[in-house]
Design a protein around this ligand. Structure first.
Ligand code: GLU
Length: 430
């Protein structure tokens, strides 16, 4: 039985919904602090990052000119261990997005109970407009600027939106050159040949599939034949399509990327769609499917919706029209706090981002362990250990939601913030 009581009366003020990701992250924490009766000093400490670095990078472009880029690295909280989190290359990157993502990394590592804190990095750039050589120079320049606060015992980056294993390889190399010794453990999501972990590439989606499987069990939903729509078709979205079909037996009826989507109620063939996108660079024009916008995809009458792109796609405006039974958030921050209550009221079972997409950082942590020991695990071992972590975390959150009578995000926050607060107090910081 799912507890859907205790839904506060939210007063919706037209056109003033807060969409700044860091303000949202702070609001979510404030609600959690009230639920946990957190000491005010601990609450105040957890509302802000402990450290943030702003860098300016000058890159030589292929045409001989120089171009300036802004970058950031935020270390949100390291009470439970070194800070951990990806680096995003995106034209719309802002310091507040990075701060929010770093906060969510802190709660993510805590909810799956790995001994790491949370951090995040970003560079304001459009990688689609950069050549491979420019991208390499930008990646190396970023590491040269942030190396002073990175390290396997300090802060360990990883891939995020528009950053790849190749970019991790350049960054690991640049850091090793700076230190004068091999330091592959400074970054995760590396190619296998440079100390990467088996199973890292599809780990975010695979972890999400474990959560969907467990959610379906508690909801009494059969995943075999269940319909799935995926918004966002990068690393997480593409593997969600193949693994949704392979592991859950789901029928993938719609997928979209930043330029639009495709829909076939009888099911798409994920491998063919991925091959088409690789060939043409987009989804538009894919045969055997009708075009669909990102907005319409989110409102499809499907069993499982998988937001896998960016923040703030489910807001107070469209939440009343979301019809999925489960919303499994592989993206970070896709749902606003107001939308959370609307979804809860409408019986949509949300698997919140920092639980649902924690598979990536979980296997990143496995990668760190393997780098430290210089011994490498089989894919089967990675999959089993990932499944165990995700399943345990899912049930801790689900049970907490039942116990407190709150929505799943607030439950996930309660589990995670409780753990971080305990570490902060044990260390004597507050
Ligand atoms: N960028 C991913 C995330 O948001 C992975 C982070 C990591 O592996 O450190 O969870």
């Amino acid at each position: 039985m799912i507890n859907t009581q205790i839904v506060p009366d939210i007063v919706f003020r037209e056109n003033v919904e807060e969409l700044n990701p860091f303000a949202i992250a702070q609001t979510q924490l404030d609600e959690t602090a009230a639920v946990l009766c957190l000491e005010p000093a601990v609450h105040a400490f957890l509302r802000e990052p402990v450290r943030e670095l702003h860098v300016t990078l000058s890159i030589r472009m292929d045409d001989g000119t120089s171009k300036v880029f802004k970058g950031f690295r935020v270390q949100y909280n390291d009470a439970r261990g070194p800070t951990k989190g990806g680096i995003r290359f995106h034209p719309d990157e802002t310091i507040d997005t990075v701060k929010a993502l770093a906060a969510w990394m802190t709660w993510k590592c805590a909810v799956v109970d790995i001994p790491l804190g949370g951090g995040k990095g970003g560079v304001i750039c459009n990688p689609k407009e950069l050549s491979n050589a420019e991208l390499e120079r930008l990646s190396r320049a970023y590491v040269r600027q942030v190396a002073r606060i990175l390290g396997p015992e300090m802060d360990i980056p990883a891939p995020d939106v528009y950053t790849t294993p190749q970019i991790m390889a350049w960054m690991a190399d640049e850091y090793s050159v700076i230190r004068g010794q091999n330091e592959f453990g400074v970054i995760t999501g590396k190619p296998l040949a440079l100390g990467g972990s088996r199973g890292r590439e599809d780990a975010t989606a695979r972890g999400g599939m474990c959560c969907i499987r467990e959610a379906s069990r508690v909801l009494g939903l059969e995943t075999r034949g269940a319909t799935m729509a995926i918004q966002g078709f990068g690393n997480a979205g593409q593997f969600a399509a193949t693994l949704g079909q392979e592991l859950l037996g789901a029928v993938i009826v719609a997928v979209s990327d930043s330029r639009g989507g495709i829909y076939n109620p009888n099911g798409l063939k994920p491998q063919d769609v991925i091959a088409y996108k690789k060939r043409t660079g987009c989804l538009t024009g894919y045969p055997d499917a009708a075009p669909i916008s990102n907005a319409d995809l989110l409102e499809l009458d499907v069993d499982i919706l998988v937001p896998s792109a960016l923040e703030n796609v489910i807001t107070a405006e469209n939440a009343p029209r979301i019809r999925a039974r489960i919303s499994a958030e592989l993206a970070n921050g896709p749902t606003t706090p107001e939308a959370d209550y609307i979804l809860q009221r409408n019986g949509v079972y949300v698997i919140p981002d920092f639980l649902c997409n924690a598979g990536g950082v979980t296997v990143s942590y496995f990668e760190m362990v393997q780098n430290a020991y210089d011994r490498y695990w089989s894919e089967k071992t990675v999959h089993e250990r990932l499944d165990e972590k995700m399943t345990t975390a899912f049930h801790a959150v689900h049970d907490k939601a039942q116990e407190l009578g709150v929505h799943n995000r607030l439950a996930a926050y309660s589990v995670a913030v409780g753990r971080v607060a305990e570490a902060v107090k044990l260390r004597g910081w507050v």
